[in-house]
Write a protein that binds this ligand. Structure first.
Ligand code: SAH
Length: 219
């Protein structure tokens, strides 16, 4: 019964209606994408019955797949357009990359744990989401080969917005990231690159993410 796909479809529709549209998510492209992507396929088997609960869930390597509402909030803040190319730091399970792939033309995602890079790659391939590329490495340095990006989403919390990521943002582009002095508590920060190359910054909601570990993150 738990494994019945129709149950998951119903639970997913309910999640979108109650946790997203029922709060403040009104971007139709984000709501549509989150109605499409089967979150149950991105969590370990034992966690599947909880795939549409209103919270984060554990994934391998001691990491977490973010709460659906947080994924939606961050993606909505990017104000994406269909032709955009997006960089994600922290592929984790691949779920957020999958959601992004249903909204934009191309997604590039970097993951520092080889085990998770493989996990994400497998799941994205199984679902036929072929406009996502997964790279194993330190995402605080971005992915310069495919820069600049129209949008950048960082799924782990760091002490500041890495200079490498700012530099890989196209003029007019937007970056969203949890930033905070402690490893446990952050605020979402939205950085917009102005057409003149400068940056505007705005503080959004308080959040709690796993740490961003790397050259331009926590050591
Ligand atoms: N977007 C993911 C959430 C992953 S949690 C999902 O939808 O499931 C954050 C991820 O960031 C973890 O997998 C962690 O290993 C990764 N991470 C932390 N520091 C990183 C870095 N410097 N480069 C790339 N990935 C990093």
């Amino acid at each position: 019964m738990e494994e019945d796909e129709r149950d998951y479809d119903a639970a997913r529709a309910r999640m979108v209606a109650e946790q997203l549209a029922g709060r403040d998510i009104d971007d139709p492209a984000v709501l549509r994408a989150m109605r499409l992507v089967p979150r149950e396929r991105f969590v370990p088997r034992a966690a599947r019955p909880y795939a549409y609960d209103d919270g984060p869930l554990p994934i391998p390597a001691n990491q977490t797949i973010s709460q659906p509402y947080v994924v939606a909030t961050m993606i909505a803040a990017l104000a994406l357009r269909p032709g955009d190319r997006v960089l994600e730091i922290g592929a984790g399970s691949g779920y957020a990359a999958a959601v992004l792939s249903r909204i934009v033309a191309a997604v590039y995602t970097v993951e520092r744990h080889a085990e998770l890079a493989d996990y994400a790659r497998e799941r994205l391939a199984a679902l036929g989401y072929d406009n996502v590329r997964v790279h194993h490495g330190d995402g605080t340095r971005g992915w310069p080969e495919h820069a600049p990006y129209d949008a950048i989403i960082v799924a782990a919390g760091g002490p500041l917005v890495p200079g490498s990521l700012r530099a890989q943002l196209a003029p007019g582009g937007r970056l969203v990231m949890p930033v905070g002095r402690s490893r446990q508590q952050q605020h979402l920060v939205l950085v917009t690159r102005r057409p003149d190359g400068g940056y505007d910054e705005e503080r959004l909601a308080p959040v709690a993410f796993v740490p961003l570990i790397g050259e331009e993150g926590w050591k």
